[in-house]
Design a protein around this ligand. Structure first.
Ligand SMILES: Cc1cc2nc3c(=O)[nH]c(=O)nc-3n(C[C@H](O)[C@H](O)[C@H](O)COP(=O)(O)OP(=O)(O)OC[C@H]3O[C@@H](n4cnc5c(N)ncnc54)[C@H](O)[C@@H]3O)c2cc1C
Length: 400
């Protein structure tokens, strides 16, 4: 907390002007701090009287041990404006959450926010959750930073989980840091690996320094330990309908005045990155495709299969495709049913972004290319000799 020493403060107001959050007022000849303070320290640095100090109290081991349970935010999306059901990424984190909860011997809980359209929540229990906390409110029918931050923070304050995970979706990347800042928690963004260490702490792994190292991060002093996880990093498990269903409604207190943003108009832009993240079939091109002109043929193959075009970093750097279509460590992580890698060597930074694909087919002229080590099916040969033949065969199959 921010401590202001009234004996030293001369009410000069420098702290008030330096505060980016409007958290300081000068009243009765002394500086006063309000709840908007984020402990950023800007005021402490400017005070000529050294009247301000930040006191950070470290939680004791006993306090930390009171936090139990692995929680995930099961983000929902609306289908045709009617149903509002969990996204694929919610099932992926649930699968990982189940493993972590089993290792800790604790419960796995999915937290769902939405309005009356919420449905399909049984599936969260069938895929691993011991219980679902359902936060329904007319103001939660659409994501808002203020509304969702308030509700998730309230759930954390009441339930005291030891771990809280979010999908690193656009909304998850907005929500997780807000909750972390409000509740003074540690947060690791974009994790690609999660595990439990011998002390029961969450080990969070993520690429750092432009992907040149894998960082291992722990949050030893705060609970819950919070992390966002990229979509398509973990595989969801098949539903087990024999699992018991436990869904509890949570009372939500929210009013319009708490939500500072207002939806005026919705314009849906089709994002290419979103398309490859969700695509079930991806045809991916690498430097071995030799010329950007050849991408027309690769794209045709993708379309014939009902899929989308993506590529390696080599062809993004060459300016053949935008970065939004790059698969890999510094691009998008994908997990389609079918991934066809054409003229891609299979560098580790590419493979981490697509190895969870269900079936991988590689076409490469080099029989020793590393991509063949992870491919289910390999074709050794020149890309532009093989791809047109594949297109022709697909056309023939479609005619039959
Ligand atoms: C920090 C960091 C982050 C990175 N992030 C990513 C990332 O997110 N995604 C990514 O893709 N890479 C990433 N990279 C780059 C990665 O290391 C590789 O350089 C890149 O994946 C290589 O792309 P490529 O396979 O298309 O090209 P190359 O490595 O040049 O491979 C071309 C392949 O095509 C084959 N070939 C050549 N001609 C033909 C032909 N006519 N027909 C068929 N096959 C042919 C060759 O045998 C070869 O195997 C990253 C690197 C670093 C250092």
């Amino acid at each position: 907390m921010l401590i202001i020493d009234p004996d030293k403060c001369n009410a000069c107001g420098l702290c008030k002007t330096s505060c980016p959050f409007g958290a300081i007022a000068v009243e009765d000849e002394v500086a006063q701090v309000n709840e908007l303070c984020t402990l950023c320290g800007a005021c402490v640095n400017v005070c000529p009287q050294e009247a301000l100090a930040i006191e950070r109290r470290q939680a004791s081991l006993e306090e930390l041990s009171q936090y139990k349970g692995v929680f995930i935010w099961a983000e929902c999306e609306s289908f045709g404006g009617k149903k509002y059901s969990p996204k694929k990424v919610a099932y992926e984190i649930l699968a990982k959450g189940r493993e972590l909860a089993d290792q800790l011997g604790e419960q796995l809980c999915a937290v769902v926010l939405g309005d009356d359209r919420l449905s399909g929540l049984d599936g969260l229990c069938y895929r691993g959750a011991d219980r679902v906390l359902c936060c329904r409110h007319p103001l939660l029918g659409r994501y808002t930073s203020d509304g969702f931050t308030s509700v998730i923070s309230a759930v954390i304050a009441k339930e005291k989980p030891s771990i809280f995970l979010y999908g690193a979706t656009a909304n998850g990347r907005d929500l997780a840091p807000r909750v972390a800042a409000r509740m003074r928690l540690g947060l690791t963004a974009d994790c690609t690996g999660l595990a439990i260490d011998d002390h029961g702490q969450l080990i969070q792994k993520r690429p750092a320094f432009g992907g040149n190292i894998m960082a291992t991060i722990i949050s030893p002093h705060t609970r819950p330990q919070t992390a966002t996880v990229r979509p398509n990093v973990f595989n969801a498990v098949e539903p087990d309908r024999a699992r018991p269903v436990s869904i509890a409604d949570v009372q939500v207190t929210l009013n319009k005045a708490n939500i500072r943003t207002r939806l005026i108009e919705e314009i849906r832009l089709e994002s290419e990155a979103e398309r490859i993240e969700e695509a079930q079939i991806i045809v991916s091109a690498g430097r071995g495709c030799q010329d950007p002109i050849n991408l027309d043929v690769i794209r045709r193959l993708a379309r014939k299969l009902g899929g989308v075009l993506a590529g390696s970093r080599a062809i993004v750097e060459a300016g053949w495709i935008p970065h939004s279509l790059q698969v890999g460590q510094s691009g998008t992580t994908v997990g389609p049913d079918l991934y066809i890698a054409i003229g891609i060597s299979g560098a580790v930074q590419h493979v981490v972004g697509m190895s969870s694909s269900k079936t991988i087919i590689a076409i490469n002229k080099d029989p020793d290319a590393p991509i063949f080590k992870i491919a289910d099916l390999g074709i050794v040969g020149y890309a532009m000799a093989i791809v047109p033949k594949l297109i022709h065969e697909i056309e023939l199959i479609k005619l039959r």
